[in-house]
Design a protein around this ligand. Structure first.
Ligand SMILES: Cc1cc2nc3c(=O)[nH]c(=O)nc-3n(C[C@H](O)[C@H](O)[C@H](O)COP(=O)(O)OP(=O)(O)OC[C@H]3O[C@@H](n4cnc5c(N)ncnc54)[C@H](O)[C@@H]3O)c2cc1C
Length: 400
């Protein structure tokens, strides 16, 4: 029997190897390059695939500042929509949480696809090395001082990239996280008994700001994308099959859940439908040897508080200076400090997302007691300046 020898890998070096070209990976690459730190980013999806994946839409004020002040782009300020509040639909009425008045801040509606386009364009403009469409990614020698990133590029050429540091920004199914021995990480995990049925539809906006609607049929979120395209969600069972839902059935369900004065839900053809499961997870610490984790690779949150994308950007806002300090001093404590500091925000966001979720969604086995208690909790927020301020602080994002 003859075997074909595998081709010798192309060997090269860089200072920081980054796995994953989502918001965390590309923003980190940009921040490091700005500081003169060489880096290479690899992603197993093509540019077109990432660009077409519809996900997050809300940016905290701090995320917008990071994009603009770091020189990625100011397109968000020109084309994004600033929202100075949200509406809570409850008890047949709309209650506005006025971020501007309560905490002097706001959020921006700016789709994750545009964040990706801006970041990828900035890397391209600045001569960044980003390889899309790679396969067979693996990381090794994590506790040595020259960890390695192996991958096969889009032309089928195998590569072995030696680095000073590796960063796993490869999303919730991270191979980097799984490369850390289980004995060396604490994995916290919670699965929720519901999911979101998400749609994109061709219709005018029903409201100028996001509407988070509580009802005894379950939760619904009315959000916007453009003047003619809208994003909406309603709480469903995790095993819901989108094929069983016609447009008429979806609209009837949404209408029944946003039955509040002052809101007319505008309908239109539904162009996409997905079920989004709810999971919370945190991997601690966010460092193992010369491997660091950031973004969804280290933690995921249920989408209710709109924190996932923002946390990914916040992580790398802390990681980039930590890497710079490590490279300047050789002191590993800088890397540990990254994990400690990032995790403080991660756990606040976990709490906030979990709290918003449990306040607004009805568990499948909810009793009358549960429903009444939940209604009282929502009243305690919307009828109280202190309660509304707490929500506004968490939603717009805590200071860096
Ligand atoms: C439907 C949906 C709605 C959401 N809504 C919101 C919202 O409203 N607000 C909010 O803040 N967040 C939201 N999120 C979460 C948000 O999208 C994520 O938190 C965010 O994308 C995390 O960024 P990231 O860079 O850490 O990871 P990702 O964006 O997941 O990027 C990881 C990248 O790594 C690549 N990769 C994975 N494995 C490998 C490998 N082996 N080799 C090479 N590359 C690899 C992937 O292709 C991907 O491009 C939503 C998520 C979903 C799915």
């Amino acid at each position: 029997m003859t075997t074909t020898p595998s081709p010798e890998p192309h060997r090269s070096t860089t200072t920081v190897g980054i796995v994953g070209a989502g918001p965390a990976g590309l923003m980190l690459s940009h921040l490091l390059a700005r500081d003169g730190v060489d880096n290479v980013v690899v992603d197993n999806r093509s540019y077109a695939e990432i660009e077409q994946t519809v996900r997050a839409g809300i940016l905290e004020a701090g995320s917008v500042r990071l994009l603009v002040d770091s020189g990625v782009s100011d397109r968000v300020l020109r084309e994004g929509d600033e929202h100075a509040g949200i509406e809570i639909g409850f008890d047949g009425r709309l209650a506005r949480i006025d971020f501007a008045d309560l905490v002097g801040s706001s959020v921006w509606l700016y789709p994750q696809t545009d964040v990706f386009i801006d970041l990828a364009a900035a890397r391209s403009r600045d001569g960044g090395d980003v390889r899309f469409g790679v396969t067979d990614t693996s990381v090794d020698d994590l506790t040595s001082d020259r960890p390695v990133l192996r991958f096969t590029d889009a032309d089928g050429v195998p590569h072995e990239l030696r680095c000073d540091l590796l960063v796993g920004t490869d999303g919730s199914r991270s191979i980097c996280r799984r490369a850390i021995p289980e004995t060396q990480r604490q994995q916290s995990f919670r699965e929720y008994p519901f999911a979101w049925f998400g749609i994109l539809c061709e219709a005018p906006a029903s409201a100028p700001e996001l509407v988070y609607s509580h009802s005894d049929r379950g939760f619904a979120l009315i959000s916007q994308r453009t003047e003619t395209l809208q994003r909406m969600y309603f709480q469903c069972r995790p095993d819901t099959d989108v094929e069983n839902w016609s447009d008429d059935r979806i609209w009837a369900e949404l209408q029944s859940r946003v039955n509040v004065n002052g809101l007319e839900l505008r309908e239109g053809p539904i162009t996409s439908r997905t079920v989004l499961r709810f999971r919370s997870s945190v991997c601690e610490p966010m460092r193992y040897g010369r491997l660091l984790l950031a973004g969804d690779a280290a933690h995921t949150v249920p989408p209710t508080g709109a924190k996932g994308l923002n946390l990914a950007l916040a992580d790398v806002g802390v990681l980039a200076p930590a890497i710079r300090a490590f490279l300047a001093t050789g002191t590993e404590r800088e890397l540990d400090d990254y994990s400690v500091r990032a995790l403080q925000r991660v756990w606040k966001a976990q709490h906030f997302s979990s709290w918003m979720t449990s306040m607004l969604h009805l568990p499948p086995d909810a009793s009358v007691f549960d429903l009444r208690r939940q209604q009282a909790e929502i009243r305690s927020i919307i009828d109280s300046r202190a309660g509304s301020t707490y929500l506004a602080e968490g939603y717009t994002g805590w200071p860096a």
